[in-house]
Each structure stands twice: as structure tokens, then as C-alpha cells.
Design a protein around this ligand. Structure first.
Ligand code: ADE
Length: 273
């Protein structure tokens, strides 16, 4: 996969040299090109922003600079990589949520072009201009506001990069991810352990030492369900009835019984009557 990133902080992307993404790049599975947006500015001060029409705080990134940068980066990429156009990704807190499903969608693209903004964002005509030809996609990595889109690009490139064929040694580790489609879809991963069997008095659950693969798989699913019920109950609601077996229903019922018993104990005002 080819990845182009246009930013006023190219140095922000140094982490892509490290660890799994660094190895993927060394092995030619991920071909990352980072560009300085200011190289396409039109004045000696290399200005990339201006005051917003309609007033208000902050600055807006100039459309002419972004337009020239995108055109040049796309032309260069086509000259070296051949046919086709990139999928353009614009991180913004006002975009659609970036999820594992979107990561899988991007992982199927041969070429991604990231346009991370600073300040109050990029003049909206840029997404209007490239929306159709580059299938521009505005995405948010969460309901919080970052100082700019660069950190979001790092998150997205890592989530997508690890899905590329050959990047992870063991293909099963992708299939077992929380949020991956399949039998464990919508379940958070449960607890994991390694040696020693006892650490500071904490024991590894006996079942994991039993060598009984069927029971271990069941235990892992129970734990995943309990964790999801506790931390992300809305995800359990997304699991289709047909994907829940009788053991799953038992875990859900037990969890609900324990929760209602706990809330009864925690509510002395109900007991006062
Ligand atoms: N830029 C600023 N905040 C962001 C967010 N939450 N997601 C994506 N891009 C952003």
C-alpha cells in the first residue's frame, strides 16, 4: 500500500519508522511518503492559513495551498505508481467515526492520501473539490478534540497497516481482534496471561493450564462477554440473537442478576420506605 501524508509537521510521522510499521516499510509492504504542505504556499512567509469568513476565532487553512499540494502529490504518485487515484482521508472531529470496519475498508485500497488539518480546519471547498475524484472521506478517531489531525493519521495508519497481508506474522491475531467481524464480533478481548503461573500472589486461572482447548475457548468467550457487559454494554446489544448460544445467555443472565443485586444494595433510599 502507498500512503501519502501532507502536513505542516512532517516530523510528526517519525513513529512510522518504528516497530511494526517500521518493519512493514522496510519489507516494502507499506510505502509512506510525507510532504511539507508549506512547500506549496504562495508567499515568502509560506502562509497556509487565513481568517475565517463570517468571523469567529481561529484560522482556516487556505484552499489554494491544499489544492496545489494535493494535485502535485497525486501527479507524483501516479508517475511512480502508475494508474489509479488515491483514496483521500481527512481526519476531523466532525467526520464519521473511524472504526475497525473503516480500517478494513481502507486496508483494501492500494493508495491512501492523508490531509491532516491544523487550526480550525481546511476550507470546506477542498473536500468538495476532491470528494468525487478521490472519494474524500472525513473521519473522526473519537469524541474529543486534538490539536490537529496528525495524531489521528498515526492512529489510522497503524490500524490499517497491521491489517495488510504479511504485516502481522500470525493472521489469526487479526481475526481475533475486538471489533473484527466473525464469531467474536462486538466482544472486547478478555484477560491474557503468561508465565510465571503465580506472580505476587496472583494466580493464572487454572483452566488456562488445563490443556483442554474446548473449555479454554468457552472460558475465553465467557470472560470476553463479561468484560464487554461491564465496560461496553451497548456492544452486547449489537450481537445478533442468532450469534448467542445458551452459555452466552447464561453469562448475560448471571451478569444482570449480579448487577441488580448490587444496585439494590447500593440504594438504601429504596429500602427506607
Ligand atoms: N482532529 C482533531 N480532533 C480529531 C479527532 N477526534 N479525530 C480526527 N481528527 C481530529
Amino acid at each position: 500500500m502507498r500512503v501519502d501524508i501532507i502536513s505542516i509537521f512532517p516530523e510528526y510521522f517519525a513513529p512510522l519508522d518504528v516497530s511494526l510499521m517500521g518493519k512493514a516499510r522496510e519489507r516494502g509492504l507499506l510505502d509512506v511518503h510525507v510532504h511539507q504542505l508549506r512547500d506549496w504556499a504562495h508567499d515568502v512567509h509560506r502562509t497556509v492559513d487565513d481568517t475565517p469568513y463570517g468571523g469567529g476565532p481561529g484560522m482556516v487553512m487556505k484552499p489554494e495551498v491544499w489544492g496545489d499540494a494535493i494535485d502535485a502529490v497525486v501527479a507524483r504518485g501516479r508517475a511512480s505508481a502508475g494508474e489509479g487515484l488515491p483514496r483521500m482521508v481527512v481526519p476531523t472531529p466532525s467526520g464519521r467515526p473511524f472504526t475497525q470496519e473503516v480500517a478494513l475498508e481502507y486496508a483494501a485500497e492500494p493508495w491512501l492520501l492523508f490531509a491532516p488539518a491544523r487550526y480550525e480546519g481546511i476550507d470546506s471547498r477542498v473536500v468538495a473539490e476532491y470528494g468525487t475524484p478521490l472519494r474524500a472521506d472525513e473521519v473522526s478517531i473519537g469524541d474529543y478534540v486534538l490539536a490537529g489531525g496528525e495524531a489521528a493519521v498515526l492512529v489510522i495508519v497503524e490500524a490499517v497497516g497491521r491489517l495488510l497481508p504479511g504485516v502481522l506474522g500470525n493472521a489469526r491475531s487479526v481475526a481475533d481482534d475486538s471489533f473484527a467481524p466473525g464469531a467474536m464480533a462486538n466482544l472486547l478481548e478478555g484477560p491474557v496471561y503468561t508465565k510465571p503461573p503465580v506472580w505476587r500472589g496472583h494466580e493464572v486461572p487454572q483452566i488456562l493450564l488445563s490443556g483442554h482447548h474446548g473449555r479454554i475457548a468457552r472460558w475465553r468467550r465467557d470472560e470476553a462477554l463479561r468484560r464487554t457487559l461491564g465496560k461496553r454494554p451497548e456492544l452486547v446489544g449489537r450481537i445478533g440473537e442468532e450469534s448467542l448460544d445458551k452459555d452466552d445467555r447464561r453469562v448475560i443472565e448471571e451478569f444482570e442478576e449480579r448487577r441488580s443485586a448490587a444496585s439494590f444494595r447500593a440504594g438504601p433510599e429504596d429500602m427506607a420506605d
